[in-house]
Design a protein around this ligand. Sequence first.
Ligand SMILES: [Zn+2]
Length: 380
Amino acid sequence: MTTHSPQASLVYSKELAAHDMGPNHPLKPIRYAHTVGLMEASGLLESPNVRVVAPRPADREDIERFHHPEYVDVVHAIGSGMIVPGMGEFGFGPGDNPPARGLYDAAALSAGSTIVATELVTSGKSRAAFALAGGVHHHAMPARAAGFGVFNDAVIAIEGLAAQGMRVAYVDIDCHHGDGVQLGFYETQRVLTISIHESGQYLFPGTGHTEETGRADGLGYSVNVPLAPYTGDEVWLEAFEAVVPPLLESFQPDLVFTQLGIDTHFRDPITHLQLTTQGHNQAVRRLGALADRAGLWVAVGGGGYDLGAVARAWTMDLAAMAGFNLPERIPDSFTSVPVPPTFADQPPPDPGAAVTSQTRAFAQESVRQIRKKVFPRHGL
Ligand SMILES: [Zn+2]
């Protein structure tokens, strides 16, 4: 009898879904529980290629790889229910980052889930690992909460990998620019960051332009692919294909770290791209093939505010990591959030020829700028 380790690990426990940001906040951590419910109902979690691993909280030393101690103290005080004068300077207040009891523990557990995912692949226990509750913190800055992000799990985890001498490619397909992660590695060529997003001309955080290419040693190692509102699958995937595979093949990472935000979805309430679950999943499958060459693949979640799109897309993504064939239809037993009858969006939205032509022209200009400003630094 032979035993072999599962191909894919899902890092998850119920505690990750328990934090409540209030009824009017778009980020609903309960989405992780819905997603895992759909994974379960689909038989995916019974696959011999999938195992579920519980996270542990990141400790202070991990968190301070990126965040200032004074900021960490403020998050801790807010999480204990204290009123912290001047918390606005650290990004907390009404809006995206309201102060909430339990905030420190929730953010530390989310960051810890991403660290556990990196450990699962670097130790050889898994080929791929998916930390559902990571990634959404990609806007968090060293001393400031931003865009729902508190502790930037991706920077924290990748800093740990870089300290072991690993070369990491970070690819962020969230609808928003991954500004916090870009900042974390802006002056190094050990970590290549690529973010594909709705242009900052139209969407928070307002950055992620093609001119942002890194600084000092890091020049050419920060890459941004801004896209126009209403960009759909076809144009999105063309831009992805033009930029991501050549850069990853040239960079030759030891590990590919992917942020799989699904706020690009056409039903997402806070953004304007027009992707489908199957368009998103096609990109994730392509990233998996590119990660295969590196050997190690860490995936984190990200944005995603249409709960039915989140549950379907991330179930499809974990299935891709584990080589599991999902049924076409959503199982009848899954009723926790309203979803269309199939995993794929059928029929997909049709942006029409005029919109497609405009979004394609915008995407092609972004690709042209990247070819001019970034590709020569990589011998391309
Ligand atoms: Zn986002």
